[in-house]
Ligand binder design. Sequence first.
Ligand SMILES: [Mn+2]
Length: 574
Amino acid sequence: MEKEVKTNRDCTEKNLEREREREAKNGERFSNFGKLFLERWIEKQQEPSVITEVEDWKMVANDREMADIGNTPNAVPEIENSYQTNESQTEMNGAPVSPDDKQKADQLKEKANEFFKKEDYNQAITFYTQAIDLDPTVAAYYGNRSFAYLRTECFGYALADANKALEIDPKYIKAYYRRASSYMALGKFKLALKDFETVTKVHPSDKDAKAKYTECNKIVKRIAFEKAIAVDDQKSVLDSIDIETMAIDDDYDGPRLENGVVTLQFVKDLLKTFKEQKKLHRKYAYQILLNVREIFMKQPSLVDIVIPDGKKFTVCGDIHGQYYDLLNIFELNGIPSESNPYLFNGDFVDRGSFSVECILVLFSFKLLYPDHFYMARGNHESATMNQMYGFEGEVKSKFTAQMADLFTEVFNWLPLAHCINNKILVMHGGLFKDDNVTLDDIRKIDRHRQPPEEGVMCELLWSDPQPQCGRSQSKRGVGTQFGPDVTKRFLQKNKLDYIIRSHEVKNEGYEVSHDGKCITVFSAPNYCDTMGNKGAFITLIGGTNLQPKFISYEAVPHPSVKPMAYASSIFGLF
Ligand SMILES: [Mn+2]
């Protein structure tokens, strides 16, 4: 892999510069608040790097990833002290903890802190959990584990731990920060604001708390403002696009659509153009979006796919803007065609900074082979996720804000699930809170909307399997976790063999669970340039018993633009 030299700061600054240029040139809309955030965030980055107190270890804020920036306040000494006294008093939950166990728990916490510092958050979580098992009376153990969960994006667990910490010690101020971060990641800005407000009330002189409160307040106000002006949003974005008036400069030498029709030659040119980091003219990008919208509109929420006897079919998982790894899939498995059909199972965009390239190529294939190339909606094909995780910023940077709105409209028409040969159900997330859901229920979903916070549509996009039976609270805070028994009952009820889902990074790019009945496939290798995982895809042969074959592969080099280069600055608030 090519080593990254660019920092997030470079990328964001560049991004902002581009936005300014664009605005000056075209007078295009760009959210003032967004701009303000970027500016504030950059300002913050330019301050000399600060040693930040995180509980009782020290951590230097670095710019390796967004989430590392803008840590908790530079200590709140009084609270730390009062908390210390509190710790020795707390024996509130059940049997008193022996001094020996207290000491052991403290050592485990120290060990966990070491792993946290090394950014091995999973190990950190393991040892915080052991500390909690020995001594469940210490708010900081939950607070620290909450922070580690935030880093692993288990926002549901992070929220639960922050709540638990506050239950033990309502004066434990850092837990309010953890809870606010969890709320923000879950898009619940009003609740986050309340927590920031609490901190500023308790510590009116804490500048960091004040700044976070102010920034969060702006987000809440912006959302209210956008809601107020969005009278008939979807209609207006389509109405405001006039392709005919989009002029193409004489010096444009990229791919062209003839009469708005995507041809194989066009897609091949597009693949090459994007590989060389060149641009497609926005007129053609708009055309692709409008045309593909028409196709998806005609598809049902649950699409039936038939693989004929002896024919191959390929299922891919998350791509997440990793364009060069997407090209590698086509290298390994052949480019899509009528004799080489594919299903891409959601999360095409966000995180990776080549999301625009990925989605336009995938949509072009959809236009070229509407009956042999399939795409399902993932939880990242949604407006809030795109705002936070980079896609919206990338579209605004590479094209226009209006096009970002058009993407939102097109994503609303993506099918939610696919059923292969009446035997395999494929969805992005997983199964449901309710055992009685049938394929017909999925068919009947009125999907043209932003994903709701609960219900069948939400669960299709967000759920995860778990090894133990039954269901449990989602680590993400959205959807549910479902056990092998849930999968078994669902398959029996609907006369299916197994499910294929994506949504979770796996070391080999895939995982077989629930006695072979639940398969995860994830196609973004070395996810976010940090996870070190392989990617994988699945091939199936029709007519056989549809036994899945897994092909794993490593990441390929990409130009030095970091993942999350276009992501929201709210990560700076964590
Ligand atoms: Mn996902």
